[in-house]
Design a protein around this ligand. Structure first.
Ligand SMILES: [Zn+2]
Ligand SMILES: [Zn+2]
Length: 260
């Protein structure tokens, strides 16, 4: 299973990165490569095209309906409806997300009909739900954020044999549901949307210390920190996360691939 960071900037695109977007790939027993896009935030569909044909990935999983996680669903709809595959009769693409995400696509697309939604096979999911995409199994947990939001645990074939597990927090403050979802995973892709130096409102994001504490408490194998805003020094966030985790941590960096 391979995790490629497409966009990791928190809250809005930065000068070096689009907003939230990750590509997951794994080969099944027959050698067919399956692809899932985790989040499709603002600006992400541009560089995503370096790594795959976004119009034909096997599924999109969107954590929640904030623009930095879902805005480019409207662009993906345009690509599927009018791009090179327009005449080939693409099947609706499975799209997993919280209730209401389909309405959000219509709002972003600015269309009064639902054609931008109908290019997707939208499946509303929340805490406790599960799904299968090729060799991947998805398990969802409810996150703590101002809008309906999910964290997701992805289980798939490991590059070294057996299974590997990735947990992506989406946007969330510390909560028990995400802690339980993350327990003993191989890689925790955790948001640290807050800088530590301010008083952080509850129920929105974690800071570096909280992301590191989550990784330590969940006994994860590796911590990758993401969703650092462009106006925050990532080095300070990483240092706080590493101190709390008790081991070095990585910063999600566009273009980098993590092999699980
Ligand atoms: Zn966000
Ligand atoms: Zn958010």
């Amino acid at each position: 299973m391979r995790l490629t960071v497409v966009g990791s900037a928190g809250s809005l695109p930065g000068p070096e990165s689009p907003a939230s977007c990750y590509l997951l790939e794994a080969d099944d027993a027959r050698g067919r490569t399956w692809r899932i896009v985790l989040d499709l935030g603002s600006g992400a569909i541009g560089p995503l095209q370096r790594h795959c044909d976004p119009a034909t990935v096997d599924a999109v999983v969107v954590s929640h309906g904030h623009p930095d996680h879902c805005a480019d669903l409207a662009s993906l709809s345009v690509l599927r409806r009018y791009g090179p595959h327009a005449d080939s009769g693409l099947d609706p693409m499975p799209l997993y997300g919280p209730t209401g995400l389909d309405a959000r696509i219509v709002q972003v697309a600015g269309a009064e009909d639902r054609k931008d939604v109908e290019t997707f096979d939208f499946r509303a999911v929340g805490g406790g739900d599960a799904a299968t995409v090729g060799p991947f199994t998805l398990d969802f947990a409810t996150a703590w954020h101002p809008v309906p939001a999910n964290a997701v645990r992805v289980t798939g074939p490991s590059a070294s044999g057996g299974e590997a597990t990735l947990v992506f927090t989406g946007d969330t403050d510390r909560c028990d549901e995400v802690l339980e979802l993350a327990r003993d995973c191989d890689v925790l892709l955790a948001e640290a949307g807050w800088a530590y130096s301010r008083v952080n409102p509850e129920g929105i994001h974690m800071n570096g210390t909280q992301a590191g504490t989550l990784a330590r408490d969940a006994n994860v194998g590796e911590l990758v920190v993401t969703h650092v805003a462009s106006w925050v020094d990532p080095a300070s966030t990483l240092e706080l996360a590493a101190v709390a985790y008790g081991a070095p941590v990585a910063l999600a960096t566009p273009g980098e691939t993590h092999v699980l």
